[in-house]
Each structure stands twice: as structure tokens, then as C-alpha cells.
Design a protein around this ligand. Sequence first.
Ligand code: ATP
Ligand code: MG
Length: 468
Amino acid sequence: MAKKGSVLVVDDEEIMRDVLETLLSAEGYRVELAKTGEEGLETYGRRPFDVVLLDVSMPGMGGLRALEEILKTDAEAVVVMITAYATFDTAIGAWERGAFGCVRKPFQNELILSTVAAGIKRRRKEEERQNLRRAMSRSVERGSIIVRSEKMQAVFQLVDQVAPARSTVLITGESGTGKELIARSLHMQSPRAARPFVTVNSSNIPSELLESELFGHTRGAFTGAVAAKRGLFEVADGGSIFLDEIGEIPPETQSRLLRVIQEREFLPLGDTVPRKVDVRIIAATNIDLKEAVRQGTFREDLYYRLAVVPLELPPLRERREDILPLAQHFIRKYNEENSREVSDQLAPDVLALLEQYTWPGNVRELENVMERAVVIAPGREVTRQCLPADITDPQKSFGGALSAAGAGTVDLSRGINFYDEVRRFEIDLIRRALDQTGGHQSRAARLLGMNATTLNSKIKTYNIQLRP
Ligand SMILES: Nc1ncnc2c1ncn2[C@@H]1O[C@H](COP(=O)(O)OP(=O)(O)OP(=O)(O)O)[C@@H](O)[C@H]1O
Ligand SMILES: [Mg+2]
């Protein structure tokens, strides 16, 4: 766009178009011409202009109709009517319909230039107001997301940049780093915000059901399909679909997903008529997908289709500046939920402990720790007694306890059965991970750095009872 601004001239008389083009280009405006109201409307629809000079009497739809139509596509459009019959009535009529001004033919060049300049000024002010409004609504939406560290600010800059587009986004990061939160915020900042945001957690749906969940099915498509069902892709039409734990998707489903991304259409199970959809895909994973590609468990072509915009969330231990504002945010949140009034000002020793800890469970772990602290705080302060032993006594933490209870405790003097010992150790680890996550298998798998399906098969093999 030219620095000075852009002007669209709509007039059926060639001489008028020539005169205005020469005059305005000489002033440094970018000028485009249209011969009829219809043509002007089409040009404006392709790209808005700062100011429109619109002749009132033209064959076809005419200036006043064109004015109304332009304002329908852009309520802030600055339109100046030009008329040979500038009676008081036409001027008032144009005003009432929302024109910025009215200039009479034959006109003084000066009057045209000053009117256009005033129009551009108005346009810029309006743009500023809109930017401000947008920035404000962003900061409100971001109100519950803490973005203090430079690393997180960089992530959000990228979110701002890609939100308006339809490009597929792949969010990676350890468990609890905020992948789902970012996915939602991406959707809320996109033009799709008013349309659905549909979450699919591939690791919680048995793989036999995943395809019918995603793509839907016809009645009788398989045993048990007693009624037709809409797939989640169809439910998300116009909005975004969040494919969580994308690394867990079985190979057949991977191929079908690739097809949806490439063709923007899919076939419900048992159906022959493909469905067209307009859905933005946001995927997330906490496994190293590139490694999965190398190992042949994840399709390379799908990986590249998904990772058009890769968004990497750093673990909390690599952005310790976020720990304090996050802890304070969670204190306020859980004060409200529990009607407590615990101070969000942390004592130096408590803060030091929080900042030193490694946070293997990232923000989710910090959130749990703060929730518990708010609930058990004896007075109005979070004291070190409110924190779990992992944090106050890192020696005894999960990792430390593991090595202590590990191979070192096995008495080798009389020989052992290696495989029995390994199995005992495995069972012990799995039990503890399940205890920590309240029996949630996919979370336990994450704690153990293990595939959820592997964990599930180990639980079955070893017949590990889930505690209620
Ligand atoms: N920057 C942040 N500001 C405020 N809250 C956050 C932030 N990051 C994460 N949280 C909170 O931490 C919790 C975990 O976040 P989320 O569920 O998005 O993580 P995740 O990366 O999807 O984890 P997982 O891989 O285990 O599914 C949520 O309650 C979320 O609201
Ligand atoms: Mg998640």
C-alpha cells in the first residue's frame, strides 16, 4: 500500500476518471479506477481502500446503491460522493446513508484533495481504534494465561501471527506445558472463534473407534452402528479440531487423516459420498514425532503436513521467570474456588524452593502444588510445610527415590533371577506412576516416558490392579 493511502475512483465518465487519477497520483496516492458501481464494489471487495470517490449518477446500480453496498462490506468505509446535481437533498441523502462527504461537479482540485486527506485521516483513526480494540481483547483473553518469560512471549508472537490463517499447527512440549491452553487460545484469536473448537484425545479412544469418531459413520456401517453418526470433523466445520496426542494415532487412521488434510474432504465409514469440510487442524504431542518418523511408527508425509507451523512449548524448568507469576495466578484461582484468602505474596524461602525444583510435570504440577497449598495453608500464608516433600526435600524426590530403591538394594551375593528383579522394578514404577496420577493411564505413561499402549499392555501382562 502506498504510504499516503489508497483511493478508488468510481465514475462512468472517462474524462473524470483521467482527471482524478492524474490529480491524486501526483499527490502520492495509490489510485484504482472503476467504470460502474458494480465494478467498484467488486474492486473494493477484493481489497478495501482508504477512500472511495463515487459518482452519484451512473448507469447500472448507481452511486447511492453502490454506497450502501460498500458500507455493507466495510462499515468503516470512507466514501465521498461526487455529483453534478448537488442539491441539498442529494447531499443529505448521501449523508444519511453514511457517506463521508459530498463534492459538487465541476469541482475545485483543492476541495477534492482536502476532502481525500480528511477521509484518510478518519480512516487511520478508525484503524488505530480497531487495533487497540483487538489488542485489548487479546490481553483480556490472555488474562488467564501467564506469559512472562521471553520464551513464552516468543511463542505468543507466533500464535498472533498464525492465528488468522488456516495453516495446520503442531504444538509440541512435555506433559503439562500448556499445549491445550495454547491450542484454545489460537482458536479464540482466529476468525473461527465463534465456531466450534473440538478436542479429540487419540489416546483415550480405542483405536477401533477412533475413525468412526473422527469421520462418522452411516447406519449399519459396522456391527453396533445402529444409527448414523456425525464425525468430529463435521462437527468442527468452520472451526478448529484439536488432535491431542497425535503420536498415538494408529497407521490406518494416519493415512485417512492425511487425505483429509490434502483433499479437505473425507468419507464417513460405510458412506460413498465424500464430505467437504473447512476445518483448521491443531495437533499436539509430547513425544518426539521426528523420532517416531525415523522408527517408522508415524508417517513422514503426515508429519510434514501437520508441522506446517511448529510451535514448541519450553518446559517450565527452562523458563523459571514464569514460576512466580504462575504460582501467584494459581493462588488467586484456588482462593476463589475454595473461598480462601491466602496471600499471593510468597515468602522468600518458599519462592526459592519453587524456583529450584525441576518440575517434571511442568505447569500442571505447579498448579496442583499450589491448589493443595491454598487448601492446606494454616493461615494466610503459603509456608514450606504446605509444599510436598519432592519440593522441600529434593533428595527424596521421585527421581532420587527411584535410584535409591533401584538396583542398589538388590543383594547379589547369592545370585538372583535377573528377569524377576527387572519385572519387580517395572511393576513398582508403574504402580507408583498410577498412584501419582490417580490411576490415569495416559498421564502415568507420560510420567514414565512410555507409550500409553505399551503401558496398557504391561498393566495387563503383569496383572497390575488399578486402585479405585
Ligand atoms: N502459561 C500458562 N498460564 C496459566 N495456566 C497455564 C499455563 N500453561 C499451562 N497452564 C495450566 O496448566 C494446566 C496444564 O496445561 P495443558 O493441559 O494445556 O497442558 P498440556 O501440555 O496439554 O499437557 P498434557 O501433555 O499432559 O496433555 C492447565 O490447567 C492449564 O490451564
Ligand atoms: Mg493436553
